[in-house]
Design a protein around this ligand. Structure first.
Ligand code: IPE
Ligand code: IPE
Ligand code: MG
Length: 228
C-alpha cells in the first residue's frame, strides 16, 4: 500500500520540443497535469503526494524560464484552491520557499492556510528544494538552538522540512532519467523507485496504475529479512 508517493515531475521541455512548442508551453501543460495526478492518487488511496516542482539548481535556468515557472506556481496556488477545498486536499510546501517571488509566496501562503484542516490528501510541493539544502538547513537549526547533546536520527528528523510526513513508499521519476537530482536525499533511503519514459505532461491515471502495480509486486526489506 502506497501511503506516500513522491514524484520527480520531469520532461516538460522534451514534451514541448517533441511537439514543436516552447519550453513554456511544456511547463504550462505540466502544471495542468498536477490536478490529474492528484485526483488519480486520491482514487488510489494515497495520503501524501510530494511533487518536485523546482529545485535549488533550477535557479540556474534562463531568467525568463524561471519567471514562467514562478508564475505557474502562483497560478496553481490560486486557481486550484476551489478544487482543493472541494476534494479535501491540504496544500503544503517544502524547500527554501523564502527565495520565491512575493506574489507566489503570498498565493501559496493563502492556499496553505485555507486548506490546513483538509485531510483526504496532502499535496506537498517541493519548491526551491534541494535534499542537501534540507540537511544543511536542519544542521543550522540545531546550531541556532545551541544544542550540545548528541543528536540521534530520530532527533535529526524533527529538524527536517516535514517531520510529520512519513518517508515516501514509492518514488516515480518521469521522462526516463535514472538519477535523484537532489530530491529528498534523507527521506528516500528505503523508498522503492519506478522510472517511466512518459514525459510529465502525459502522466495520467494509467501511468500511475502501472507504477503502483510494479510497487505491489515488490518486497520491501529495509535491510532485514522478508519484511513486507
Ligand atoms: C521539469 O521539466 C520541470 C522542472 C524541472 C522545473 P524540465 O524543464 O526539466 O524538462 P526537460 O528535462 O528539459 O525535458
Ligand atoms: C529535477 O529535474 C527537478 C524537477 C523536476 C523540479 P531537472 O530536469 O532539474 O533535473 P536534471 O537537471 O535533469 O538532473
Ligand atoms: Mg528535466
Amino acid at each position: 500500500m502506497v501511503e506516500h508517493l513522491a514524484i520527480i515531475m520531469d520532461g516538460n521541455g522534451r514534451w514541448a520540443e517533441a511537439r514543436g512548442l516552447s519550453r513554456s508551453d511544456g511547463h504550462r501543460a505540466g502544471a495542468r497535469q498536477i490536478g490529474v495526478a492528484a485526483r488519480a492518487a486520491m482514487k488510489a488511496g494515497i495520503k501524501y503526494l510530494t511533487l518536485y516542482a523546482f529545485s535549488t539548481e533550477n535557479w540556474k535556468r534562463p531568467q525568463d524560464e524561471v519567471g514562467v515557472l514562478m508564475g505557474l506556481i502562483q497560478e496553481f496556488a490560486s486557481s486550484e484552491l476551489p478544487a482543493m477545498m472541494r476534494d479535501g486536499v491540504r496544500l503544503r510546501t517544502i524547500g527554501r520557499t523564502g527565495d520565491l517571488p512575493l506574489a507566489a509566496r503570498t498565493a501559496l501562503r493563502y492556499a496553505i492556510e485555507k486548506t490546513a484542516a483538509n485531510d483526504k490528501l496532502t499535496i506537498n510541493i517541493a519548491l526551491s528544494y534541494g535534499g542537501r539544502a534540507e540537511i544543511v538547513d536542519a544542521v543550522n537549526k540545531i546550531i541556532a538552538e545551541k544544542r550540545t547533546d548528541p543528536v540521534s536520527e530520530q532527533d535529526f528528523i524533527s529538524y527536517l522540512y516535514a517531520p510529520d510526513i512519513p518517508d515516501p513508499d514509492l518514488l516515480i521519476r518521469t521522462s526516463g532519467e535514472l538519477r535523484l537530482s537532489n530530491f529528498l536525499l534523507w527521506e528516500l533511503s528505503y523508498s522503492e523507485i519506478y522510472v517511466t519514459d512518459t514525459y510529465w505532461p502525459d502522466f495520467n491515471e494509467e501511468t500511475l496504475q502501472k507504477a503502483l502495480d510494479s510497487y505491489s509486486g515488490r518486497k520491501r526489506r529495509f535491510g532485514g529479512l522478508n519484511k513486507k
